[in-house]
Ligand binder design. Structure first.
Ligand code: UN1
Length: 480
């Protein structure tokens, strides 16, 4: 166990002290108190938004080099401290230490990528339909953005929302997820250390009412949210009511199709990674394994064998392959869905039992459920844990139908050696991202991220797409 942090809000460049009635616990060992945290409300959000509004003119009118340098320096600092921050992340969120360090490196890379993007605010020059008239388009910063971030990527997602917002000249109020405020705070502190002017990035820690106050605040021009569908619907309704910009990234029920021409070992490894790594707590996780009859039994047996070899344990223990769920709620959700699946006729091939480890943590045994059908709840509702189910199919067309047959559409994968099926899948899968011979989870940071149907709403995140949400276009006409 290590020290307990006393977290504060960050408002106008200051660490704002307050009571700390809530706690962030280590999910690997709940005797370890990671942080005591404040519980903000309207007053803190009002102060944070006022600071962000006041900082907007200076920040948006500064040379892009100023913004680029801050992001670049913060990326360097984070990269240098990846072990320390990655350890805090794993201790607070529960993903394994290599996953925690990996995510920290990803956040550092995102900061550096957007350091470059700050200088790349492309506009266009066009001829008018009227001779002698010229048209230029500009991308301009919008104002104050509210960022509501999830616990499952407690540093990468705050970075991938904050970095483009800041790079393009906006100011920010961020609300980190309840279970992981300490990791988000590490990012906010590093950005200030890197020279961010006061008020440009503010953080209010607290529960749902902080998010609600951000969404409802008249001076917040846009809200970017990653989290559950239920909360997302409220965020969208609140933002649209006052015509604020809104971007939502929500759940997935991502299919991975395994055809009978696939390399079996590769298919098993892809499923293992996509379904179970990071404790299955990724909205891009492969939770539905749709497997061709010809390879189904061998695939299920080989995947079950691999799962039995995985060690579930303390995220910071180097021998651990799968860390705990983030919270008791998440653990119980996994076990509840395992029960639902078996009561609907699914067969637990491996896992499913409660784990009694040598320390109190929210551990879930990685669980594979076979003999499920597409309409079962295990195949239509998001579990968000190390639980995957298999559906047996007779053809590629049947597999594609099932893959497309849910209300979600974030990521969809296929494992095949057939170019014909791979290409067809890329065209016809109803998802924002398709993966051929790759896990459905694990995306690059310099390309668009987002889904179709109920998975996403609003412009894409990340990479060159981020400019859409975090700037507005001005079209200027001029005659000589
Ligand atoms: C990834 O799969 O690399 O919350 C990223 C999530 C997604 C991010 C997934 N927004 O799981």
């Amino acid at each position: 166990m290590t020290e307990t942090l006393d977290l504060t809000h960050w408002i106008n460049g200051e660490k704002v002290q307050s009571d700390r009635p809530t706690e962030s616990l280590n999910p690997s060992d709940t005797r370890d108190l990671v942080a005591r945290t404040p519980d903000g409300g309207d007053a803190e959000v009002n102060a944070a938004v006022a600071a962000a509004r006041d900082a907007f003119t200076g920040w948006s009118e500064a040379s892009p080099e100023v913004r680029s340098d801050v992001l670049d320096r913060a990326g360097t600092l984070l990269m240098e401290r990846r072990e320390q921050v990655g350890r805090l992340l794993s201790r607070e969120e529960g993903k394994t230490l290599p996953e925690g360090i990996g995510e920290t490196v990803r956040a550092a890379r995102i900061l550096k990528y957007f350091a470059g993007e700050a200088l790349r605010l492309h506009g266009q020059n066009l001829a008018s339909v009227r001779p002698g008239v010229e048209i230029q388009t500009y991308r301009q910063p919008v104002g104050v953005y509210g960022l509501i971030t999830p616990w499952n990527f407690p540093i990468a997602i705050p970075a991938w929302k904050a970095a483009p917002a800041l790079a393009f000249g906006n100011t920010v109020v961020i609300k980190p997820a309840g279970p992981t405020p300490a990791t988000a705070e590490a990012l906010v502190a590093i950005l200030h250390e890197a020279g961010l002017p006061k008020g440009v990035l503010n953080m209010v820690i607290g529960r749902g009412r902080v998010g609600q106050a951000i969404v409802d605040h008249p001076d917040v021009a846009g809200v970017s949210f990653t989290g559950s569908q239920g909360v997302g619907a409220g965020v969208a309704a609140g933002a649209v009511k006052r015509q604020a910009r809104v971007q939502l990234e929500m759940g997935g029920k991502n299919p991975l199709i395994v055809l009978d021409d696939a390399d079996l070992d590769r298919a098993v490894q892809i499923a293992l990674d996509g379904s179970f790594f990071a404790t299955g707590q990724r909205c891009t996780a492969s939770s539905r394994l749709i497997v061709h009859d010809g390879v189904h039994d061998r695939f299920v047996a080989a995947l079950a064998e691999k799962l039995k070899g995985l060690k579930v344990g303390d995220a910071l223990d180097p021998s651990t392959n799968i860390g705990p769920a983030v919270s008791e709620d998440q653990r119980e959700t996994s076990y509840r869905y395992i029960d639902i699946a078996t009561s609907e006729g699914g067969r637990v091939v491996t896992g499913g039992d409660r784990l009694n480890l040598d320390k109190p943590g929210w551990y879930v045994q990685p669980t594979l459920i076979a003999d499920t059908t597409a309409a079962m709840r295990i195949n239509t509702e998001e579990v968000f844990g190390p639980v995957a189910s298999t559906i047996r199919v007779k053809s590629y067309e049947e597999a594609l139908d099932i893959a497309n047959g849910v209300e979600f559409g974030l990521s969809a994968g296929i494992v095949t050696s057939s170019l014909k099926h791979a290409r067809d899948f890329q065209r016809r899968a109803k998802a924002g991202m398709t993966m051929v011979n790759l896990p459905t989870a694990g995306v690059d940071y310099h390309v668009p991220f987002g889904g179709t149907k109920s998975s996403s709403y609003g412009p894409r995140e990340q990479g060159f797409a981020a400019v859409e949400f975090f700037t507005q276009t001005k079209t200027s006409y001029s005659a000589g």
